[in-house]
Design a protein around this ligand. Structure first.
Ligand code: FMN
Length: 404
């Protein structure tokens, strides 16, 4: 059975050098049984002819919004409704900006506004254009609307430079389109998520801990299940029900969390450390309840194992994502942690002001080597989906680089 049989794909082509690759993409979509309607921007027609795309698609290419003939046939609203998915490949910096601002000044941008089908965007541009804060802000905006961003890849560019901005290869885009129909971006992947606080006993009735509620980690576990992953949740003591389809391991101390994670991290694909692990434990735990005295009391503390660093330093570590809760210098502290521990990604949040601990809302600054993304204040459920999406994107990017 062809993987895209009976699927209606609207392939948007915008005006970048990588437009030549969309002919190959179109051919492969058709090979998998998809019906493909090509929509090109005017600039795209300078890079590849509509005739080529028409011949490969087996139907005329649409280009104009204000087209008398089309509006009596398959007009823009019908076209938007017709599509099971809109895939824009290549997507120029200009088109991404128009998408971010809800412009509807040509056929393709209007279709994106008028559709309720998932939209997938494969950016392709020079690395300076990709890294420009304007483009990054636009990417962050469209990501918040749950538009899927595919890539870009990193490597040799048409302009002779090297860096991020290459369009993903047609084969990778084909896989991503297939996955969206299965709603399974992370199908077949095993993800370990840690959540909640840990507790370190002082005596039989007292402990050292922190204010983590576990809500962010639990939301991430749910979002990972939604994305098709097999999820193991290693959770400290929290007052939350274990999400459906998640296998949970309940722990109390940092040492128990360390051992539970390390027992399966070697074979996991992705590790997301959302737990607030207590850094120190009592050197000696009193066997009996410590009695009050008139004097002050000192506790000798020793370091707990660093679960995140232990996973990141495995021989073949999973794609490792840390969290940093900071009260100051968010970016500096997060990037230091990313580099010092050799992580693939870090999600940092400022603690306080109604955010992070014990709340339903959060805001994240996500950093990875060579990139970053701001996810502004939103319910943790929504942020978790955005984060899983960002992790999946970077995970596949890392693995596609390894494969080449
Ligand atoms: C030779 C040439 C190559 C270009 N390549 C790219 C590219 O790879 N990515 C990009 O974002 N813009 C590129 N541009 C700029 C776009 O063509 C330009 O922003 C155009 O307005 C895009 O229109 P569209 O988004 O409506 O297709 C290129 C321009 C020229 C002249």
């Amino acid at each position: 059975m062809k993987s895209l049989a009976n699927k209606r794909i609207l392939l948007g082509v915008t005006g970048g050098i990588a437009a030549y690759k969309s002919a190959e993409l179109l051919r492969r979509l058709r090979e998998q049984g998809a019906e493909v309607q090509v929509v090109m921007t005017r600039a795209a027609c300078e890079f590849i002819t509509p005739l080529t795309m028409q011949a490969l698609a087996g139907r005329p290419v649409c280009m104009e919004l204000l087209d008398h003939d089309n509006e009596t046939g398959m007009g823009h609203i019908e076209l938007a409704r017709w599509s099971d998915v809109i895939l824009i490949a290549p997507a120029t910096a200009n088109f991404i900006a128009r998408l971010a601002h809800g412009m509807a000044d040509d056929l393709l941008s209007t279709l994106c506004l008028a559709t309720d089908a998932p939209i997938m965007v494969a950016p392709a541009m020079n690395r300076q254009m990709w890294c420009n804060p304007a483009t990054q802000a636009n990417i962050s905006t469209i990501l918040q609307r749950e538009i899927n961003i595919l890539g870009p890849g990193d490597g040799e560019q048409a302009c002779g430079e090297r860096g991020p901005g290459r369009m993903l290869e047609p084969g990778q885009l084909l896989q991503a389109v297939g996955a969206i129909f299965e709603n399974a971006m992370l199908a077949g992947k095993h993800i370990i998520v840690t959540a909640g606080p840990t507790r370190e006993a002082i005596d039989p009735v007292r402990y050292i801990s922190n204010r983590s509620s576990g809500k962010m980690g639990y939301a991430i576990a749910r979002a990972a299940v939604e994305a098709g992953a097999a999820v193991t949740l290693v959770t400290g003591p929290v007052a939350l029900p274990v999400p459906e389809q998640v296998s949970s391991v309940k722990v109390n101390t940092a040492k128990e969390m360390h051992d539970a994670v390390l027992s399966s991290a070697g074979s996991a694909d992705i590790f997301i450390a959302a737990a607030a692990v207590t850094d120190y434990r009592c050197q000696d735990v009193a066997e009996q309840k410590i009695k009050k005295t008139g004097q002050s009391l000192s506790l000798e503390l020793e370091r707990n194992p660093d679960v995140l660093a232990a996973v990141a330093s495995l021989g073949t570590p999973p794609f490792t994502v840390g969290f940093a809760a900071e009260t100051e210098l968010l970016k500096d502290n997060a990037i230091r942690k990313l580099e010092d521990k050799g992580l693939d990604m870090i999600a940092a949040n400022l603690v306080g002001d109604g955010l992070a601990f014990e709340t339903d809302d959060n805001a994240l600054e996500v950093f990875w080597p060579g990139g970053s993304l701001s996810l502004p204040t939103a319910p943790k459920e929504k942020l978790a989906r955005q984060l899983i999406h960002t992790i999946a994107r970077n995970y596949y990017e890392k693995h596609s680089n390894k494969a080449h």
